[in-house]
Design a protein around this ligand. Sequence first.
Ligand code: AMP
Ligand code: GLY
Length: 428
Amino acid sequence: MNLLVVGGGGREHAIIKKLRENPSVKTIYALPGNGGIAADAVCVPEIGAKDIDKIVDFARARRVDFAVVAPDDPLALGCVDRLHEAGIPCFGPDARAACIEASKVFSKNLMKKYGIPTAEYAVFDDPSKALAHLQSGVSFPIVIKADGLALGKGVLIPQTLREAEAAVKTIMEDRAFGDSGREIVIEEFLTGPEVSVLAFTDGTAIRPMVSSMDHKRAGDGDTGLNTGGMGTVAPNPYYTPEIAAECMEKIFLPTLAAMRTEGRPFKGCLYFGLMLTPAGPKVIEYNCRFGDPETQVVLPLLKTDLLTIMEAVENETLGSLEVEWRDGAAACVILASGGYPEHYEKGKAITVPESLPENITIYHAGDRRTEDGALSTCGGRVLGVTAVAPTLRGALADAYAAAGSVEFEGKYLRTDIGRRALCALEGR
Ligand code: AMP
Ligand code: GLY
């Protein structure tokens, strides 16, 4: 089979490596892919993940048998709809279902309408009304979210009224996140451990993946700016079987049913960003795709063939497929360019050891090949170093040891990935 994967980050690399395990896979095209992905797929750097026309033309010309659309932008732009129109089977939601991530106003209204637990909220398209709401005696901190896609950066958590007023100005008037900020959601600040649950679903049947924990802030101890994610561990020790059962009953199944009722059945990977609050699990956000870097710890623990699952999702036969997971744990440490998520330099030569321990995988996120074939940095998050081991403690030790053996100028990493999870696990 010839496969096509849209995207070019660490998440796509993890998907591609997993798809490669299926012996019937001949060629995988990555559009655009990146320098490291080129070792596992045929990369097409000229075609970006948002070039929908070119993606469809390419898939037709190369007689692609199955396509996987991984990032949020092409999903929201209807890449899956267009591939389907061209007769190409694919994995991923259509644009109407991708709305669950692409519009926070849509997803909040959906949860309210169908009684799915989430933070209390109000929606505004007029900055003066938003300010009046903030001045009406709300409690702080409070959460202000741009409606649309904003590279994971459209959420601000002001501590004071003054900061909140500035946040409304940043999003709605300065349009720091572009048109995403035409409308905003202002919502209640929730507390509790966060859990990411990715789930395969064909619209009716659901197979949650192993849970995970992201580390979104740039600095140790969850300080500094929000990033795309500085590291992940799986499984997430806070996500007990009892909580999983509660989430299935109160959140996962009701969400799928709600989307069906709305005429927007969701097929693909649905990402539940959950907070385990004192009042029970609540939805912080939905994503219409695999998480990054959650995928880099979740897929290495998948035992069942990924392509088989993706085809079952496309064919709506997931209900008759058992999805199995390996025991043990996985940890991923992101190596970023110094300065990320703000200004950073590119073009630094990367050296990776010739051989790595068998339980280590390096997922390439932001690099490219120079003319002489060497790897060079070209993004904020450069590499994700994942280790799989019988215990989380072992996985973290191995991931950090391997992360230390990779070099590039300005390499930055958090040193406390998994610390909170270990404390929870070991009862400290
Ligand atoms: P999101 O992009 O919606 O995942 O938000 C980014 C981060 O902001 C989340 O991972 C949470 O840490 C935080 N966050 C979002 N909504 C809330 C909320 N209602 N209460 C507390 N923290 C939140
Ligand atoms: N790691 C968070 C996300 O993929 O949105």
